[in-house]
Design a protein around this ligand. Structure first.
Ligand code: G4P
Length: 531
């Protein structure tokens, strides 16, 4: 007998991993996959020297630059749990993609480099997690290298990120003197043993009870007395573990370890799985939708074309939010009002795809997109008509005019830019008067321009030139019937339309926005586009 629907959903854990580049997100993800038996070697999988890459880095440009551009989804089973990891791009220029991915996650793991502490990108990504009110777990990585003082690191997380912390384990020394970690709950010390990078699954960890006299010999007098002092300090001064505060995203359980040497990873995973929740009800325009009692529903949070050159198709990533998805049954696409059967639903793990027949609330699946889905769309069981809350778009801060260099390929060019814009990788606008003869592209981070150029060349065979425009602020005109040509003080901004013909203005600075408002009574400008 298979597990019941409720059991299937309750064993799901769906989380995103965030970090500043290089903190060890990829290494940690790989170690998780090792535990789940989803891959056989780790560490060695990434590494410029042997030109293999982390399982989650699949796009050519990612390989060239060594950065993650898009997020991918990895699923594996461990200890009775079915885990969906959503990998996110580390580079800040792709934080919009991270934001969308976090919409599909129930919690987040924040990886911090112990020698660096909270870095710029940690702050940005963390803010995105806070907007979602999801539980945040902290893994302080690279304890096998010289690290900053552990209390100082916790203070920094609390002060800079504004979240309370609760250390679940505590390191004994760091770098060459790293001896292991003390588990505050079991009061046991696991001794550190480095494991060769890609080799054994985990270090054979030796445990000592903290009261065991042999511990003093094992760690040395100095570190032993330091540990005793620190335990006293922690027990007296640090926040107690409080599941409710963790659930609300107000308290972050903190773990110390070393992903590369596979130390502290298993402990982290096991505690984390117990401290996180299975999929929770999600808000829709018809109220909260319960994951277990409601039939199938889900929403699209990401669209990706040409993920693999062998498959020239477009994949919509859907997070299932309630019930069971059955590939043989029709679903209702709320935004188009159409019933359809999703073809080739698949689980996507980096470059590998596996066609699936069923999936449950909590899972993320990729479905073939015949060109009808947009980010934020709801899919549900026919007969139901609710919509999940939309996914907001970030206001672009950089703009370029897109010049196509080969007029013979105009159709292909328009198709390429439109598709890439539908994926949410860039935002596309047209000149207010010239229309599609002048295409303007807006992005949040400038690297997105590089991705656009690369993809237009490689996926659509179009050579382009990007001409930077001197604007950094975008405002939608609230009343879409406004004639922009009739506005005063229009000379120092650019008039454009979005792809739905809504009028908007690009400005160089906030001062010119103010001037525009002062000179045009009744004009209302909005920073965000409503989907
Ligand atoms: P990211 O995804 O967050 O960007 O980080 P990634 O896992 O790629 O790790 C960045 C670098 O840090 C890698 O080294 C990785 O081997 C190393 N690293 C990760 N965790 C640990 C750890 O616990 N201890 C130590 N000592 N190093 C760690 P690299 O040489 O930059 O990468 P590569 O050339 O091996 O790809």
């Amino acid at each position: 007998m298979g597990a019941s629907l409720e059991e299937e959903i309750k064993k799901r854990r769906t989380f995103a991993i965030i970090s500043h580049p290089d903190a060890g997100k990829t290494t940690l993800t790989e170690k998780f996959l090792l535990y789940g038996g989803a891959i056989n070697t780790a560490g060695s999988v990434k590494g410029k020297a042997n030109s293999k890459y982390a399982v989650s880095d699949w796009m050519e440009i990612e390989k060239e630059r060594g950065i993650s551009v898009t997020s991918s989804v990895l699923q594996f089973n461990y200890d009775g749990y079915c885990i969906n990891i959503l990998d996110t791009p580390g580079h800040q220029d792709f934080s919009e993609d991270t934001y969308r991915t976090l919409m599909a996650a129930d919690s987040a793991v924040m990886v911090i480099d112990a020698s660096k502490g909270v870095e710029a990108q940690t702050i940005k990504l963390f803010k995105v997690c806070v907007m979602r009110h999801i539980p945040i777990f902290t893994f302080i990585n690279k304890m096998d290298l010289e690290a900053r003082d552990s209390f100082e690191l916790l203070d920094e997380i609390e002060n800079v990120l504004g979240i309370r912390t609760c250390p679940i384990n505590w390191p004994i020394g760091a770098g060459k003197r790293f001896k292991g970690v003390y588990d505050r709950d079991t009061k046991k010390v696991s001794m550190f043993q480095a494991v060769s990078v890609g080799g054994a699954k985990s270090a054979a960890e030796t445990d000592y009870d903290v009261t065991d006299p042999a511990l003093k010999d094992a760690v040395g007098d100095e570190l032993y007395s330091q540990l005793m002092d620190e335990i006293e300090l922690l027990d007296g001064a640090s926040d107690e573990f409080d599941q409710e505060l963790v659930d609300k995203g107000e308290l972050s359980p903190v773990f110390f370890g070393s992903a590369l040497t596979t130390f502290g990873v298993q402990t982290f995973l096991e505690h984390f799985l117990k401290m996180t929740q299975s999929p929770l009800p999600r808000m829709s325009d018809a109220g909260l939708i319960d994951p277990i009692t409601e039939p199938f529903s889900g929403f699209v949070f990401k669209i990706q074309a040409n993920m693999n050159k062998a498959h020239h198709d477009r994949i919509a990533f859907m997070r299932i939010s309630s019930g069971k998805f059955d590939a043989t049954k029709e679903v209702y696409h709320v935004q188009s009002g159409r019933k359809l059967r999703l073809s080739q639903p698949q689980q996507i793990m980096a470059q590998d795809r596996k066609v699936i027949d069923e999936a449950y609330a909590g899972d993320v699946i990729g479905v073939f997109d015949p060109g009808i889905f947009s980010i934020g769309d709801t899919l549900c069981t026919p007969g139901k008509k609710f919509q999940y809350e939309g996914i907001p778009t970030f206001a672009p801060e950089h703009f370029c005019r897109l010049v196509h260099l080969d007029s013979m390929k105009r159709k292909q060019f328009i198709k390429g830019v439109t598709q890439i814009a539908q994926e949410g990788a860039i935002q596309m606008f047209q000149d207010y008067t010239l229309g599609m003869s002048e295409i303007i592209v807006g992005v949040v981070g400038v690297l997105q321009f590089d991705v656009l150029k690369y993809r237009l060349e490689n996926e659509y065979g179009c050579d382009i030139r990007l001409e930077p425009l001197p604007y950094n602020y975008i405002r939608w005109v609230k009343d879409p019937t406004t004639d922009l040509n009739k506005l005063s003080r229009i000379s120092d901004c650019k008039k454009v339309k979005d792809m739905k013909d809504n009028p908007l203005l690009l400005f160089a600075n906030e001062w010119s926005i103010r001037l525009m408002l002062e000179h045009n009574e009744g004009l209302e400008l909005e920073e965000f586009r409503k989907n």
